[in-house]
Write a new protein. Structure first.
Length: 394
C-alpha cells in the first residue's frame, strides 16, 4: 500500500501503534477499501460506489491528496473505523478533512466491529488518530470534519461522542413514508396534495408525456447532460457561481452515473415529452433509503405543472413500490422540502488543531459555532462583512 511520501518505497506504511487503536494512513482508496471486511455503510454517501467515483475524479487535482485512515483495535486487530479523508493545501494551511469538497451531503466514518460505542473509547480513537496525523510525512495543521450524522443506523457515530463535537449549521431533511404510500400522501397538507394532482393532470395533457426511471447507462448519461445544462442555465440566470459543472465535478457525476445505474445505486429519473426533457432528478439508493442530490427542470415553459415538485413525487412513488421507505431531501432547508413534510436530521462538526499553524483556524471555527447561538447577531455580522444572504427560503 502506498504511503503518503514521495520518497517511500512501494508498500511502505505510516502507522501509529499507540495504545488503544492502530492507525494506518494511505493514499490508495481502492486498496484500503478492499481490505475492509465490514460490508455496512454509514450513510449512502459512504457507499463504495460514491467514494470510487469521488476519488477517481479528484485523485489528480492539485493540492488535493487522498488520505484514508484504516483504524483497528491495537490489541485484537479487529477493524474499528475507516475514514475516507483527504489532505489539501489552502492558503498555506494543510487541512485534513472528509472526501467532500461540497459534493458529499453527509460525512461519516465507516464502522467495523471494534468501533467505539462510548465516549471514553471515542476519545482514545481520537487521540490516536491525531497522533498519527501529527507524525504524517508532509505534515498536517488542521483537522476539520463536517456534516456528520449523530447516529449511523442503530450505532452511535463515535466522532459525535467527542466533547468537541458541536451542531453543524446544516441539517438533513428526511421523510419516512411507512409501508402505505397513499396513507403518507394524506399526511401532506391538502393544498400540496391537490397541487401535485393538478400538476400531473396538466403535464399529461400531452399524450407523449411520461415519467421514467432510467436503467440504460447511455440514456442515463444523456439525462445527466441535460441536468448540467438546465442547472447551469438556472444558476446563470440567478447570477450565482455554479461549481457542479466544472471539469472535475462533472467527471465525478459521470463516474457515479456510469458505474452506479446498473447496480441501482445511482437513480436517474426524468419527466419527458417526446424527446424533450422537462425535469430530471439524480439520487443515490442504499437499501430502503434514497437521497436526492441533483434536480433540474426546463424552466418557465413548463412552470404551469411545477415540474420540480412533480418529479420528486413521481420518483418517490416509483421507489416506494420498489421497497424504499426513507426519502432524504439532503441538506438545504428550502420551502419545497417542507411541503413534503420533512423532519430535520441534526449534523455535527468537529475541528482540531494539529500544529500551531492550525490554532487560529480552530479558534475561528469555534467562534463561528458560538455565534450561531445568536442568529440575529450572526445575520448582522454577515451583512457587515458583505456576505450574501442564504437562498434558503424562510
Amino acid at each position: 500500500m502506498t504511503a503518503l511520501t514521495a520518497t517511500a518505497k512501494p508498500g511502505a506504511r505510516e502507522i501509529s501503534r499507540a495504545a488503544g487503536f492502530r492507525v494506518e494512513l494511505t493514499r490508495d482508496w481502492k486498496q484500503a477499501v478492499a481490505r475492509w471486511n465490514d460490508g455496512g455503510y454509514s450513510t449512502p454517501f459512504q457507499h463504495r460506489q460514491w467514494l470510487d467515483a469521488w476519488y477517481g475524479a479528484f485523485v489528480g487535482v492539485d493540492d488535493v491528496e487522498p488520505l484514508i485512515a484504516v483504524i483497528t483495535d491495537a490489541a485484537t486487530g479487529e477493524q474499528a473505523v475507516l475514514l475516507p479523508l483527504i489532505r489539501r493545501l489552502q492558503k498555506g494551511i494543510r487541512i485534513v478533512e472528509f472526501a467532500d469538497l461540497d459534493l458529499t451531503d453527509y460525512n461519516a466514518p465507516m464502522l467495523g466491529g471494534a468501533a467505539p460505542r462510548d465516549a471514553k473509547a471515542a476519545r482514545a480513537l481520537w487521540r490516536d488518530l491525531k497522533a498519527a496525523l501529527r507524525r504524517l510525512r508532509g505534515g498536517a495543521d488542521l483537522m476539520r470534519l463536517r456534516k456528520m450524522p449523530v447516529d449511523l443506523g442503530v450505532r452511535p457515530n463515535p466522532l459525535a461522542l467527542l466533547d468537541g463535537a458541536s451542531p453543524c449549521s446544516l441539517n438533513g431533511n428526511i421523510v419516512v413514508t411507512g409501508d402505505d404510500y397513499d396513507a403518507w400522501r394524506f399526511t401532506l397538507e391538502r393544498t400540496v396534495r391537490k397541487e401535485l394532482e393538478r400538476s400531473w393532470r396538466v403535464f399529461t395533457r400531452d399524450p407523449a408525456a411520461s415519467f421514467e426511471t432510467v436503467t440504460d447507462n447511455h440514456e442515463a448519461l444523456r439525462i445527466l447532460s441535460t441536468t448540467e445544462v438546465q442547472q447551469g442555465t438556472r444558476m446563470q440566470s440567478l447570477g450565482l457561481n455554479f461549481i457542479l459543472n466544472d471539469e472535475t465535478c462533472a467527471a465525478f457525476y459521470r463516474n457515479l452515473v456510469r458505474d452506479g445505474v446498473g447496480s441501482g445505486y445511482a437513480v436517474v429519473s426524468a419527466l419527458t415529452v417526446s424527446d424533450e426533457v422537462v425535469a430530471t432528478l439524480l439520487g443515490i439508493r442504499s437499501g430502503a433509503r434514497y437521497v436526492m442530490i441533483r434536480i433540474s427542470n426546463a424552466g418557465e415553459k413548463w412552470s404551469n405543472c411545477s415540474p420540480g415538485r412533480l418529479i420528486i413525487e413521481r420518483t418517490m412513488a416509483a421507489l416506494h413500490r420498489d421497497g424504499v421507505r426513507e426519502f432524504d431531501f439532503s441538506i438545504g432547508n428550502y420551502a419545497y422540502k417542507r411541503r413534503f413534510g420533512v423532519a430535520r436530521l441534526p449534523l455535527v462538526d468537529i475541528t482540531a488543531a494539529l500544529s500551531w499553524r492550525g490554532w487560529p483556524y480552530a479558534l475561528r471555527d469555534r467562534a463561528a459555532r458560538e455565534l450561531r447561538k445568536y442568529p440575529r447577531l450572526a445575520a448582522t455580522i454577515k451583512r457587515a462583512l458583505g456576505k450574501p444572504p442564504s437562498r434558503e427560503e424562510s
